[in-house]
Write a protein that binds this ligand. Structure first.
Ligand code: IPD
Ligand code: CA
Ligand code: CA
Length: 261
């Protein structure tokens, strides 16, 4: 029997998480993609393992993966084998494997697996978003918080520290820190946004995230009842320079804060 798209996403993310776990703490060959943008042999090995699952289960689909795998097809899997490579390199156990399926630009399924907490976040368009952990699967829903002062927020900075995107996140982080209960910068976009869907964070603002970082999480947030837009308040698209994800209730205020610059 063939697997559904979400089952394929889950299998591939879990295989990726297993490969991250196997490489974690081992000496790595680290290369620079930019001054502070790292890639390791485990990023490449994990990508190969995730791609192997996709090629076996969905040979007709296209692939666009961060470490270079490209294949065309009518639908496209976007893959980040390790999201949170800097954490991985420093042996900080906060990173994951994430992927999503796009059909004509629309995200239809996604999965994000954290090898260190044994958590698998999943979403299927129109069906819902779930967290699978300890053999149980539960439906995700965003937080119900309506006040910044009761909320926890998270931000994602781009690797390019010279651009306007970096300044925007720095000033958003500063403002959020002074009006919220707590503000974080964790180094894994895919986990940050999945945590918004799970109601752990009330909002997330990132600049410089690529489609493979956040596509799975965007679907999770939407399916969990939250809101998504780009950094100008427009509809997020696969080429958008950034994203705001929230529980919906705080969305307009969060956007206003980001637009203030
Ligand atoms: C990065 C992380 C980081 C985010 C960056 C991403 P990588 O991904 O998710 O939190 O702020 O935009 O590029 O390089 O670890 O896969
Ligand atoms: Ca990433
Ligand atoms: Ca990556």
């Amino acid at each position: 029997m063939s697997l559904s798209d979400i089952e394929v996403a889950a299998a591939a993310a879990k295989a990726g998480a297993k490969a991250i776990h196997a490489g974690f703490g081992n000496p790595q060959q680290v290369e620079l993609k930019g001054p502070v943008d790292l890639v390791t042999e485990t990023d490449r090995a994990t990508e190969a393992i995730v791609i192997e699952v996709l090629e076996r289960e969905r040979p007709q689909d296209g692939i666009r993966a961060e470490e270079g795998t490209e294949r065309s097809g009518s639908r496209t899997w976007v893959v980040d084998p390790i999201d949170g490579t800097t954490n991985f390199v420093h042996a900080v156990p906060h990173c994951c494997s994430t992927l999503a399926l796009l059909d004509e630009g629309e995200i239809i399924a996604g999965a994000t697996a954290n090898p260190f907490t044994d958590e698998l976040f999943l979403a299927a368009r129109g069906e819902g978003a779930w967290l699978e952990s300890g053999g149980l699967r539960r439906k995700l829903s965003v937080s119900k918080n309506t006040e910044f002062v009761n909320g926890m927020f998270v931000t994602g900075f781009p690797y390019n520290r010279e651009g306007a995107g970096y300044q925007r996140i720095a000033s958003t982080w500063d403002k959020l820190s002074s009006i919220s209960r707590a503000t974080r910068r964790t180094g894994s976009a895919a986990l940050d946004i999945a945590y918004v869907a799970a109601g752990r964070y009330d909002g997330y603002v990132v600049s410089g995230a690529k489609v493979w970082d956040i596509a799975a999480g965007i679907l999770m947030v939407v399916e969990a009842g939250g809101c998504i837009c780009d950094l100008t308040g427009d509809v997020w698209g696969i080429d958008s320079a950034g994203c705001i994800a929230s529980n919906g209730m705080l969305h307009d205020s969060l956007l206003e804060l980001v637009l203030e610059g």
